[in-house]
Write a protein that binds this ligand. Structure first.
Ligand SMILES: NC(=O)c1ccc[n+]([C@@H]2O[C@H](COP(=O)([O-])OP(=O)(O)OC[C@H]3O[C@@H](n4cnc5c(N)ncnc54)[C@H](OP(=O)(O)O)[C@@H]3O)[C@@H](O)[C@H]2O)c1
Length: 314
C-alpha cells in the first residue's frame, strides 16, 4: 500500500476536524494509531540512481556502538541489530572514525545478517592512496568485501573530487558513493560537491529543531537524484528535551504518530527529498518506537507546517 497515497487521501477537512475534535476531547483516539503497532511493513523508498528500494528507517552507530561491549551490553546491542532486521529494516550507518563501531558491527553481524544489511560507512580521507588504505581497514573491521554505501565523511572542500570513490565503486569495493556534512560552515562546499559530482547519496543533519538543510541542500540533492539520509534526526536528543513534559498533540494521530519519536521522524519522512532516517539508539524499546515511524502515512505539507508551528511555539 502506498503510504503517500494514504496520506494524500486524508483530506484537509479531516485533518482540521481532528484538530478541533482533539481540543474538545483529549482522550479521542484515531484508529490510524493502530498503524504504529500493527504488522504493517515498514515503508521503502527508491534510491534514485538505481531504483533499488530502501526501508525508510535505519540505525546510526555514533553512540555506544563505539565501545567494545561486554556481557549484557553485548546482548543488548545484538538485540538492537536483530530487531532492526526482523522488522524488515536494513540500513546501518557507521564510520571509520566512530571508535570501535566498525569492529563491533563486524563481531555482531552473522553472515546471514550481512546478506540482509545495507551497510553504510564513511572515510575521512578521500584521496586515492590514503582513502583506499582507510577503506580496506574499514572492510577488514566490518568483515565485508564490499560495503553498500561509502561516504566521504564531512565534506569541506568545494573542489572535492569523488573520482577515487567512483574508482572503488568500479572495483566492487562499494555499491554506492556519497558525501556527508553536519557542519553549517561546510554547507556551501557540500552543495558545490553535490551539484558537480552528483553522488548516489547525501547525508545531512536534519531535524524538526534544525531545518537549515531545507534551504539549499535538500533541493540540491533532489535535483541531482541523490538519496538523502538524515543524520542527527533527534538533534542528539535536543528535540526530546524541547517537548519534555508535553503530550504528543492529538492531531498527530492523523498521520499515525503516537510518540514523540514517531512525531519527529515522520516529520522528516514527510519531506519529498528524504529517503531514510538514521536515528541512533542502543535501546531496543527506542528502536521499536523508531521503526514504528516507518509505518502508516506521513504528514503532508500542511501537516508539516503545523508541526513546525507547534515546535516553534514551544
Ligand atoms: N557527519 C556525519 O556524517 C554525521 C554526524 C553525526 C551523526 N551522523 C549519523 O547520524 C546518526 C544519528 O545521530 P546521533 O545518534 O548522534 O543522534 P540522534 O539520532 O539525533 O539522537 C540520538 C539520541 O536519541 C535517543 N533516542 C533514540 N531513539 C529514541 C526514542 N525512540 N525515544 C527517546 N530517545 C531516543 C538516543 O538515546 P538511546 O540510545 O537511549 O535510545 C540518543 O541519546 C549517527 O549515529 C550517525 O550514524 C552522521
Amino acid at each position: 500500500m502506498n503510504c503517500r497515497f494514504l496520506c494524500r487521501a486524508t483530506s484537509r477537512r479531516t485533518f482540521i476536524g481532528w484538530s478541533i475534535a482533539a481540543t474538545a476531547s483529549p482522550v479521542l483516539r484515531s484508529p490510524r494509531s493502530a498503524w504504529a503497532q500493527s504488522g504493517t511493513p515498514v515503508a521503502t523508498r527508491v534510491i534514485p540512481h538505481s531504483k533499488e528500494q530502501l526501508p525508510v528507517i535505519g540505525l546510526g552507530t555514533a553512540n555506544d556502538f563505539q565501545i567494545q561491549p561486554q556481557g549484557a551490553d553485548k546482548v543488548t546491542l545484538k538485540k538492537v541489530v536483530d530487531d532492526l532486521l526482523a522488522q524488515g529494516c536494513k540500513l546501518i550507518d557507521t564510520a571509520s572514525s566512530y571508535g570501535e563501531a566498525e569492529s563491533v558491527l563486524g563481531d555482531l553481524l552473522s553472515d546471514q545478517d550481512r546478506a540482509k544489511v545495507f551497510l553504510a560507512t564513511k572515510i575521512e580521507d578521500g584521496s586515492s592512496n590514503g582513502g583506499l588504505s582507510e577503506l580496506r581497514n574499514s572492510l577488514a573491521r566490518l568483515r565485508y568485501r564490499q560495503v553498500d554505501l561509502l561516504q566521504q565523511h564531512n565534506v569541506s572542500d568545494p573542489r572535492q573530487d569523488l573520482a577515487p570513490f567512483r574508482e572503488w565503486k568500479a572495483q566492487g569495493l562499494c555499491r554506492y558513493i556519497g558525501v556527508t556534512t553536519t557542519f553549517k560552515n561546510d554547507y556551501d562546499a557540500a552543495e558545490a560537491v553535490i551539484r558537480r559530482e552528483k553522488p548516489d547519496f547525501f547525508q545531512v543533519d536534519y531535524s524538526l529543531g534544525d531545518r537549515s538543510a531545507e534551504r539549499r541542500l535538500l533541493p540540491a540533492a533532489r535535483e541531482v537524484g541523490a538519496a538523502v539520509l538524515t543524520a542527527l534526526p533527534f538533534g542528539r536528543s535536543s528535540v526530546f528535551t524541547a517537548v519534555r513534559g508535553r503530550s504528543v498533540p492529538e492531531w498527530a494521530l492523523e498521520f499515525g504518530a503516537t510518540t514523540w519519536a514517531q512525531f519527529f521522524l515522520k516529520f522528516l519522512l514527510g519531506h519529498e527529498a528524504v529517503t531514510a532516517v538514521i536515528p541512533g539508539t542502543t535501546n531496543p524499546a527506542h528502536l521499536a518506537d523508531n521503526i514504528s515511524a516507518g509505518r502508516g502515512p506521513y504528514p503532508d505539507a500542511k501537516q508539516r507546517q503545523a508541526m513546525i508551528d507547534f515546535f516553534t511555539e514551544l
